[in-house]
Design a protein around this ligand. Structure first.
Ligand code: SF4
Length: 546
C-alpha cells in the first residue's frame, strides 16, 4: 500500500494568489536580512501559478511599491496606467455620464492589470528568492496538535467516481509547518473549516460576497485604448441588486468586460452569467464589441462585507490573509493591494515568531495588531459601512456612501456600525421567473453558459468523486424546488447544476467538470448544504490573461 509522504517545512502559504506570493517574497527577504534560515513554500491547487487567478482588475500599486522599493511602475507587469475614466448610469438603451468620478472611486494613479499575469510574475520572483511552489496540489485538511494547527494534508489522487482507489492511487502528503498562512482566495475550503472550528466570525458582521463574471474580447487593431476605464450602475441589475459593470482597455486590443453581482439579492432567479449577456445587449456595449471576438470567460466571487466582516485573523499556528480574510475595499472595487499588504504583515509576524521559536495563538495575534495599525485599517475604516447601505437599494446605498464620505465612514443615522445579514438569508420565495425571456444566445455575440465555459478552458478528470458535496440531496428535489425553484441552476455561472427528469420526478445532476471554482454555490445556497472542496490537484480553469 502506498505510504503517505510527510514533508517538514517552517512556513507554508496555501494558495498562490497575490497575498501569499507577496508574503512569501517579503518573508524570505526578512529572514535573509536577519540571518535566519527557514524553508518557505506555497501550495497551489492550479496546474501552474496564475491559472486560477481572476480579477477585474485595476491595481493600486501601493503594496507593489512597498515590496519592490527599487522598481519603477514600468517594471511591474501592468497592462496600462489608467488614462481615461468614466462613470455611467445605464438605462436599457442609454448611458448617462456622471458629471465627475467621485475621488474615492477614482482610479487615478492605478493600473489596468491581468491578475494572472501579475501572479505569474510574482511566482517567478518567489522562486528566485528560494520559495518552493508546489503546483497541482490542493490542501484538503488542516492537521492539528490539540488546538494548534501544525500542517495541511493534500488531496489523494486516483480515487474513482465511486470512491474506489484506482491503480494509480497516491495518498495525499502531510505537510507539517510551524506556521500555516491561508491565502486560498474567497471562501477557501480550509479557511471555511478554520473559521468554523475556531468560531473566528464571533462578534463580526456576516461576510457578504459578490460574484464577478467577465469575458475578454479581442478587437480589430487600434480600436482599444489601453488604460481606458469605465464603471457603470443601473442596467442590467436595476436598483434592487447590488453591483455594476466594468470595461477596461487592455494591451493588444483586448476589452475586458465584466459584471459584479452582489450575492445578497432577493430574487432566486438571478443569474450572473445571463446578466452579463443582458449587459452586452445594451446598444452602447454592442457598438463597442460587435466587431470583435470573445476569447476568454471566467467568474470568481469576492468578499464585499468590509472591515466589520473580517474574521479574527489568527489561531495557534495559522493566519488568514487576502480574500480568505475578506480584505477588499468594496467602494473602490479593489483588493489586490490589500491582499498583498496582508500577506506582508503576516510575513513580518512569522519572521518574529520564527526568531522567538513561538507559534502560539498569543504570538501570532501580533498579526492582527499589525493590521490594526497599518494603512489597511485606515483605508477600510473609512468605508466600513459601504456595502450595508445597499440594503436600501441603489439610491439608498449611494446616499449612505455619500454620508460615509462626510463622516469618516459612519452609516445611516450616523451609526458607527451597520449590521449585515448573510446574503443567502435574503433570498425570497416569490420569484420573477421570466427575467431572461428576451435573451437569445446566438453563439457569436451572446453565449450560453456551456459555450462560455469552453472559453474558461476548465477541465476536470471525469472519473473522480465530484468536488461539490451536497449534504442532503432530498432538499434539492423537495423543499428547494418548491420554495426557491432550485437557484443553484441559476447562480452557478458554469452550468454545473442541472435538474433532470427522473421518472415522474426530477433529480439534481452535477456537471462538476464545468466548474470554474468561483465558490458562488457554497456561498449562495439558501440551505447552506453545498460544500465546495478541491477537486484533484491541477484540475479547474486554465486562465491566462484574466
Ligand atoms: Fe462556481 Fe459552484 Fe458553479 Fe463551481 S459549481 S462554477 S464553484 S457556482
Amino acid at each position: 500500500m502506498a505510504e503517505r509522504e510527510v514533508l517538514d517545512l517552517d512556513v507554508l502559504f496555501v494558495g498562490a494568489g497575490p497575498a501569499s506570493l507577496a508574503g512569501a517574497i517579503h518573508l524570505k527577504r526578512l529572514l535573509h536580512e536577519s540571518g535566519q534560515e527557514a524553508s518557505v513554500a506555497v501550495l497551489e491547487k492550479a496546474s501552474e501559478v496564475g491559472a486560477h487567478s481572476l480579477s477585474g482588475a485595476i491595481v493600486d500599486p501601493r503594496s507593489l511599491r512597498e515590496l519592490f522599493p527599487n522598481y519603477n511602475d514600468a517594471d511591474f507587469p501592468f497592462e496600462a496606467e489608467v488614462t481615461e475614466e468614466h462613470l455611467y448610469y445605464l438605462t436599457a438603451t442609454k448611458k448617462i455620464p456622471f458629471p465627475f468620478v467621485p475621488p474615492p472611486m477614482s482610479h487615478h494613479n492605478c493600473f489596468v492589470t491581468s491578475l494572472g499575469k501579475l501572479t505569474r510574475w510574482l511566482g517567478g520572483i518567489c522562486e528566485d528568492e528560494g520559495v518552493d511552489i508546489f503546483c497541482g496540489f490542493a490542501g484538503t485538511e488542516l492537521l492539528y496538535d490539540g488546538d494548534q494547527v501544525i500542517g495541511v494534508r493534500t488531496g489523494d489522487r486516483g480515487i474513482d467516481k465511486n470512491g474506489e482507489k484506482k491503480t494509480q492511487f497516491e495518498p495525499g502528503a502531510d505537510i507539517h509547518a510551524k506556521v500555516i498562512i491561508l491565502g486560498e482566495g474567497t471562501r477557501g475550503s480550509l479557511t471555511k473549516k478554520l473559521i468554523n472550528q475556531h468560531e473566528l466570525m464571533q462578534g463580526r458582521n456576516s461576510q457578504v460576497w459578490a460574484v464577478g463574471v467577465k469575458e475578454l474580447w479581442r478587437m480589430p487593431t487600434g480600436t482599444v485604448p489601453p488604460g481606458y476605464v469605465t464603471h457603470t450602475m443601473g442596467f442590467p441589475l436595476g436598483h434592487d441588486i447590488f453591483g455594476g459593470a466594468f470595461l477596461y482597455g487592455m494591451q493588444n486590443d483586448i476589452w475586458d468586460l465584466g459584471l459584479v453581482v452582489g450575492l445578497d439579492y432577493k430574487n432566486p432567479a438571478v443569474d450572473s452569467h445571463h446578466e452579463l449577456q443582458r449587459l452586452k445587449n445594451h446598444p452602447w456595449i454592442r457598438s463597442l464589441l460587435s466587431a470583435g471576438q470573445m476569447i476568454a470567460y471566467g467568474a470568481k466571487s469576492l468578499p464585499e462585507g468590509g472591515w466589520y466582516s473580517i474574521p479574527k485573523l489568527s489561531v495557534g499556528g495559522a493566519m488568514l490573509i487576502g480574500d480568505s480574510a475578506g480584505f477588499m475595499n468594496g467602494q473602490r472595487l479593489k483588493g489586490i493591494h490589500l491582499a498583498m499588504k496582508s500577506g506582508m504583515l503576516a510575513a513580518e509576524t512569522t519572521a518574529e515568531a520564527l526568531s522567538a521559536g513561538n507559534f502560539t495563538e498569543t504570538q501570532l495575534a501580533d498579526y492582527e495588531s499589525r493590521v490594526e495599525s497599518s494603512w489597511i485599517r485606515s483605508e477600510l475604516w473609512k468605508v466600513r459601512n459601504f456595502h450595508q447601505g445597499f440594503d436600501r437599494g441603489l439610491l439608498g446605498g449611494l446616499t449612505n456612501a455619500g454620508m460615509g464620505l462626510l463622516t469618516g465612514g459612519r452609516g445611516w443615522g450616523f451609526k458607527n456600525r451597520l449590521s449585515a445579514k448573510a446574503g443567502h438569508k435574503k433570498m425570497e420565495k416569490d420569484v420573477e421567473k421570466d427575467r431572461y425571456k428576451d435573451l437569445e444566445f446566438d453563439g457569436t455575440y451572446l453565449f450560453d453558459k456551456v459555450t462560455d465555459v469552453y472559453y474558461s478552458a476548465t477541465a476536470h478528470e471525469e472519473n473522480q468523486v465530484p468536488h461539490l458535496h451536497i449534504r442532503d440531496r432530498d432538499v434539492c428535489t423537495t423543499k428547494c424546488a418548491e420554495e426557491y425553484g432550485n437557484p443553484c441552476v441559476k447562480f452557478c455561472p458554469a452550468d454545473v447544476y442541472e435538474m433532470v427528469p427522473d421518472g415522474d420526478d426530477q433529480r439534481l445532476q452535477i456537471n462538476f467538470s464545468n466548474c470554474v471554482h468561483c465558490k458562488t454555490c457554497d456561498i449562495m445556497d439558501p440551505y447552506q448544504i453545498i460544500d465546495w472542496v478541491p477537486p484533484e490537484g491541477g484540475d479547474g480553469p486554465v486562465w491566462v490573461n484574466l
